[in-house]
Design a protein around this ligand. Structure first.
Ligand SMILES: *Cc1c(COP(=O)(O)O)cnc(C)c1O
Length: 398
C-alpha cells in the first residue's frame, strides 16, 4: 500500500546515533525539533513518540478536561477522536463536506450556533435529553488525506467564539493554505511520522505551537511530568511519550528531503489522475482551490456505490494489488456506539465516503508502470460492474 522513502542518509544518521551510545534524551531531539519548526513555520516544536501522543498532549496543554466538548470530524483516523476521550471530554462530530472529505466549516458554525441557543441536536444522541450545558472548548479539524481545510473560515468561526483550535495535521505535513503551512493556524498543530505518512521516523510525532508555555508543558508531559527547573521533581502527571534519538536522526534527514519526497508523490498523483480522469464510475480527488497545496498522504478514489467498490477491491486483490477502505465512520465504531448511542444516518456525507472511498497503493517510490497496472485492474473491475448492472437488476456482490 505504501513504502517509506529512505536513503543512505537516513540510515547513516541512525547508525551515527547508535555508535554514539546516546540513544535517548540526547542532542538529536532538539536538532530535529528546530528543523521541523523551521520547516512548518512554527515558533516551537516538541517531538513525541506518535501522532496520537501529540494529539493527547496538545489537548492537555489546551486545557481540555472532563466536562468539555470538542468539535471534530467523523471522517478521520480514529486517533483524532480518541484523544478527546483520553481527556474524559466529549466529541461533537460535525459532518464533512462530500467533495473534500474535510470538516464542513458552515456546518461547524451552525452546530455552534445551535448549541449556543440551547439546541441539543449537535450533541451525541445519549446526551440530547440531558440538561447540562454543553461547554464547547475546542475545535479539532483534521486535514484529511493531506488536503488542507479552509483555515481562514475555520479560524474566523473559532475566534469569534473564543475556541481553542488544535489541528490534526498528521496526514498533511507541508500542506499549505494561503501560503502558510498547516499546523500553524491553530493554537497547536499535531503531526505523525508512522511509515505511511508523507515523512517518517518509524514511529513518531510532533506538536507545533507559537505558545512557549504550552511547548514547555508538552516537554514536561512527554517525560513523566518532570519539573522544568529540577528534573528530580515530578510536578504533574506525565507520560512516557519520548521519541528516541535514532528516530529523531531519521526525522531530521526526512525534513530536509521532504520537498523532494513531495514532488515525487505529486507526480504519482498526476499519473493516477491522467489514467482515471475519464473512467466512468470513478471520481478522482476534487481539484484544490488555487490558494491551497496538498501534501499527498494517500490517493483515494470514490466509487458510485459500495457494490462497485467491493468489485474493485476483489479485482485488485486477484491481481495481487492491495487497497484500503479509508476511513470507517468514527461515531459508528463500537466504542462510540456504546458510549454515545450513535446509529447510522447521523452523518450522511461521512458515511457515504466510508462506503465509497478506496485508497489505492501510493508512495513516492511507485513507478509509472505500477500505476498503469492498478488503473488497468480498476478499469476491468468497472467493466464487470457495468455488465452486472445491465445483467441483473438486483445486484449481488460477485
Ligand atoms: C496517523 C494519524 C494519527 C495518529 O498518528 P500515529 O502516529 O499513528 O499515532 C492521527 N490522526 C490522523 C488523521 C492520522 O492519519
Amino acid at each position: 500500500m505504501s513504502a517509506p522513502d529512505l536513503t543512505g542518509r537516513e540510515i547513516a544518521a541512525a547508525v551515527r546515533v547508535l555508535r554514539s551510545g546516546r540513544l535517548s534524551l540526547g542532542p538529536t531531539i532538539p536538532a530535529f525539533e528546530k528543523a521541523f519548526a523551521k520547516y512548518v513555520g512554527a515558533r516551537h516544536a516538541v517531538a513525541v513518540s506518535s501522532g496520537t501522543a501529540a494529539l493527547h498532549l496538545a489537548l492537555v496543554a489546551a486545557g481540555v478536561a472532563e466536562g468539555d466538548f470538542v468539535i471534530t470530524s467523523p471522517f478521520s483516523f480514529v486517533a483524532s477522536a480518541n484523544c478527546i476521550l483520553f481527556r474524559r471530554a466529549t466529541p461533537i462530530f460535525v459532518d464533512v463536506d462530500l467533495a473534500t472529505a474535510n470538516l464542513d466549516v458552515r456546518r461547524v458554525e451552525q452546530a455552534l450556533d445551535d448549541l449556543a441557543t440551547g439546541k441539543r441536536g449537535p450533541l451525541p444522541p445519549r446526551l440530547r435529553r440531558g440538561r447540562r450545558e454543553a461547554r464547547v472548548k475546542a475545535v479539532l479539524p483534521v486535514h484529511v488525506f493531506g488536503r488542507p481545510i479552509d483555515m481562514t473560515s475555520l479560524m474566523a468561526v473559532a475566534r469569534a467564539r473564543d475556541l481553542v483550535v488544535i489541528e490534526d495535521a498528521c496526514e498533511a505535513v507541508g500542506a499549505e493554505w494561503n501560503g502558510r503551512r498547516v499546523g500553524t493556524f491553530g493554537e497547536m498543530g499535531c503531526f505523525g511520522f508512522y511509515p505511511n505518512k508523507p515523512m517518517t521516523t518509524g514511529e513518531g510525532g510532533m506538536i507545533v505551537t507559537g505558545d512557549e508555555a504550552a511547548a514547555m508543558l508538552c516537554r514536561s508531559l512527554r517525560n513523566q511530568g518532570r519539573d522544568d527547573a529540577d528534573p528530580s521533581r515530578f510536578a504533574r502527571l506525565g507520560y512516557n511519550y519520548r521519541l528516541s534519538e535514532m528516530a529523531a536522526a531519521i526525522g531530521t534527514v526526512q525534513v530536509a528531503r521532504l520537498g523532494a519526497i513531495q514532488t515525487k508523490r505529486a507526480r504519482v498523483v498526476r499519473w493516477y489522475e491522467e489514467r482515471l480522469a475519464n473512467v466512468a464510475g470513478i471520481t478522482c480527488p476534487e481539484p484544490l482551490p488555487s490558494c491551497a497545496r496538498a501534501s499527498w498522504f494517500t490517493f483515494v478514489v470514490h466509487f458510485e456505490d459500495s457494490l462497485a467498490r467491493e468489485i474493485a477491491i476483489g479485482r485488485l486483490r486477484s491481481a495481487g494489488i492491495p487497497s484500503r477502505v479509508y476511513f470507517p465512520t468514527i461515531p459508528l465504531q463500537p466504542i462510540y456506539v456504546e458510549r454515545f448511542g450513535y446509529r447510522p444516518g447521523e452523518f450522511p456525507n461521512a458515511e457515504r465516503l466510508s462506503q465509497t472511498c478506496l485508497a489505492l497503493p501510493f508512495s513516492s517510490r511507485m513507478s509509472e508502470g505500477s500505476v498503469d497496472r492498478v488503473c488497468a485492474a480498476l478499469r476491468s473491475a468497472l467493466r464487470r460492474r457495468a455488465a452486472k448492472v445491465v445483467g441483473s437488476p438486483s445486484p449481488h456482490v460477485g
